[in-house]
Design a protein around this ligand. Structure first.
Ligand code: LMR
Length: 334
């Protein structure tokens, strides 16, 4: 009797619950920065919007701080389909077998937000996107995180100050050439290992945007910061093409809308966060901050323009000139 009552109760519960909901599609979004860096915040917003606009048909799991994968591993994982969304720096695309994105690291190519936005909106990006698609990677958006400054354990005022320093770089071949041109020793180190590398002297310095320097607390392990704005940190929000193309028709529009709105949020946030980060860094009193003078900038440009020339053999002169045109860069007469 008791068993019958229990079975009836279970049937009533099931009936009230209605038809069983299908399991949501899980999107794993892995990244290497903190949740309060611009990319971290945009990832969390994407999760919120994607789940809302798909009525829960999609569930987004965000893994910050390299907790799922580090720089190079995350790209391999995306191609294998083990993770569905990343927003890596485009200076790390070499391992995908697409070398062209390194060109954006040419020193002083895009010094301000307007030129960076002009470049990312240019039709040239269509050609580059195609190269990623050929590798099974679909670029959904570009997120420009601002201009780089240098940090080190010695002051970096003139190009000669780099001589003999071990400088951490992202993977790009252009960044490798920049470090060598300055007489430094480039070290490719994953972002998740950067703090420790600087703390233990594996690297003497690095370049990054202020919001990363602040959220990673690099001021605890680096004494000097030079506002040089010699390069930019641009992300591409990328997914596995096969996965994205296979999404049901009632899910894609919601995700496209979430991409669009998180991109707008990122573009609104990055510059403000870099300004706040500079204030935070100053307030720690732990770093000596040097803003490059015009004369120093000219000396850096003169020292680094040979990298543009050297890279002609890697990318082709025509390609570099198309990039100059698309970004509005006018090579200085030196
Ligand atoms: C770096 O490796 O320095 C940056 O690309 C990290 C990031 O994703 O902002």
């Amino acid at each position: 009797m008791k068993r019958l009552a229990l079975a009836l109760a279970a049937m009533v519960t099931l009936a009230l619950a209605g038809p069983a909901l299908a399991d949501p599609i899980v999107i794993k979004f892995s990244h290497v920065v903190t949740p309060d860096a611009p990319k971290g915040k945009a990832a969390l917003l994407f999760k919120q919007l994607a789940e809302k606009y798909t009525d829960g048909k999609v569930s987004v799991e965000v893994y910050p701080n390299s907790s799922l994968y580090k720089d190079k591993e995350e790209l391999e994982a995306l191609q294998l389909g083990s993770v569905q969304l990343l927003a890596p720096s485009i200076s790390k695309f070499g391992p995908l077998g697409v070398k062209e994105f390194d060109v954006f690291d040419l020193p002083f190519l895009m010094t301000d937000d307007a030129h960076a936005r002009q470049m990312m909106a240019s039709p040239m990006m269509g050609d580059l996107n195609k190269k990623l698609e050929d590798k099974g990677v679909e670029p959904l958006a570009y997120w420009d995180n601002g201009a780089h400054v240098y940090t080190a354990n010695v002051p970096l005022i003139m190009p000669d100050d780099f001589k003999g320093l071990k400088m951490r770089i992202q993977g790009s071949k252009v960044l490798d050439a920049v470090a060598r041109q300055l007489g430094a020793i480039p070290q490719i180190i994953a972002f998740g290992e950067l703090y420790q590398a600087l703390q233990t002297g594996v690297a003497d310095g690095e370049d990054n945007v202020p919001s990363n320097i602040s959220t990673q607390k690099l001021y605890d392990v680096q004494k000097y910061l030079t506002v040089s704005h010699h390069g930019r940190l641009t992300y591409s929000l990328i997914t596995n093409k096969k996965f994205w193309d296979s999404l049901p028709a009632d899910v894609r529009p919601g995700l496209d809308r979430a991409v669009k709105e998180s991109t707008a949020f990122f573009n609104d946030t990055a510059a403000k966060d870099n300004e706040t980060a500079m204030e935070t860094i100053k307030a720690t009193g732990k770093m000596e901050i040097h803003v490059q003078t015009e004369a120093e900038k000219q000396a850096w440009i003169a020292a680094l323009m040979p990298v543009h020339k050297e890279m002609q053999s890697r990318f082709g002169k025509d390609f570099i000139e198309r990039i100059y045109k698309a970004s509005g860069f006018v090579p200085p007469q030196i």
